[in-house]
Write a protein that binds this ligand. Sequence first.
Ligand SMILES: Nc1ncnc2c1ncn2[C@@H]1O[C@H](COP(=O)(O)OP(=O)(O)OP(=O)(O)O)[C@@H](O)[C@H]1O
Length: 483
Amino acid sequence: MKISNTYLQLGTAFSESINPLPVADPHLLLWNQSLADKLALSQGLPDNENALAQLFSGNDLLPEASPIACVYAGHQFGQFNPQLGDGRAHLLCEFVDDHQQRWDLQLKGSGPTRYSRRGDGRCALGPAIREYLMSEALHALGVPTTRCLAVVTTGETVYRDLPKPGAVVTRIASSHIRVGSFQYFAAKGDVVSLKTLTDYTIDRHFPTLKAAANPVLELLGAVMDKQITLIVEWMRIGFIHGVMNTDNTAISGETIDFGPCAMLGIYHPGTVYSSIDSGGRYAFGAQPSICRWNMARLAEALLPLIDEDPDKALAQAEALIADFSPRFEQAYQTMLGAKLGLDEIQQTDVALITELLEQMQEQQLDYTQTFHQLTRSLTEQQIATKLQDTLGDWYGQWRQHIGNDSKQQQAAQALMQQSNPVVIPRNHHVEAVLQTCELTNCSAPADALLKVLRSPYQMLAETADYQDLPTDNDRHYQTFCGT
Ligand SMILES: Nc1ncnc2c1ncn2[C@@H]1O[C@H](COP(=O)(O)OP(=O)(O)OP(=O)(O)O)[C@@H](O)[C@H]1O
């Protein structure tokens, strides 16, 4: 394992050097062996659970690690906070895998830092397991995401609304650079550090842009494209992030922060589960426009580097941001087309897609189930008949679009099978698993759910146990940022 600390080397304006605060009694609850194998991490790590627990609680450090807490700012629910940062996280080090890809190895819940404000620097076990489960689910679904290597219980109690068992979660990310990282330096008027961060980001994530005529403008466009891909993928599987603040928007285009996230059941664009999002700012269907808003905040932060002439910089940034909606719409319609087995989208297809979504909303149909049933209906007459009853004329029109030829139908079904999961991490199953794991301090329920979530496009023997809809259709379901 080749370890380095390149973010630390950017200088003291970017982070605080600080070690994790040791915990009383660390035990390894979840360990992601397949991720460790994929990143060739195991060679550099101990092979016994106790030593891993010491390492991934922060009690022990890898010899070459120089832990830091990174500073950033961010718009939280639209309000700018100029001073945020890793208040309970330590970036232990970076490592480079066998494909020369650089990764961050970060602990979360590992103790207070300069950026903790009134927080205790700790994480409760439930949210740590949620982050592990949801990020693994997203990864298996094909959605760009940060991932978890381990969850270690600490043997300590953290005090939230009630006393909770504590945990440290280890996160692997292609970096932890956020829109808020740029906003921090822009708000301070520290253009030198802003330039350092921008050069570092281009070098680390988008090295081909170095040769561009205007690398900073190109960076903005590249980040925007990655965010569009990300949000389209969230919408494909029905993911509601719940807290799309600019400090939770990673430049890499990976999903980060699973605090109040949830999955869409019944299709409704206004669906919100987060208890603190009473205005629906981060509702399922609001995610594209919020993403655009976040990209506009990144553009603002980068203005001094786009052009020396402020008017020219603004004009160029505005032109790029104006392109967000058409670029998004194209990617979004293509994705929905694929969910319906259509590999090229015409104007009539857009009308067909829109009508289906309207029907799903009116009839309160489950998002995942509906697309899964449509997929099956191409080869299962009973399901086709049932859907015809539910969707009326729309169903016949859709079948016409697919065509009668068996080759066309096979190709459509293959496309749909890749686009429509048979199972998602349904909110009631995730909650049940978190509760049982918390109560028993045992990973078995999480392991069982993970087995199914790791094959979301396949019916395993156990898949049916996790496909059911919640009895109340999640009408009373709420998620909490409470950590
Ligand atoms: N218990 C805590 N102690 C100290 N700081 C905290 C705590 N919980 C959250 N924070 C800080 O509050 C801010 C917002 O928290 P948020 O829940 O969005 O992030 P997080 O889950 O801690 O981290 P990340 O965004 O890296 O996943 C962050 O700067 C975070 O470090």
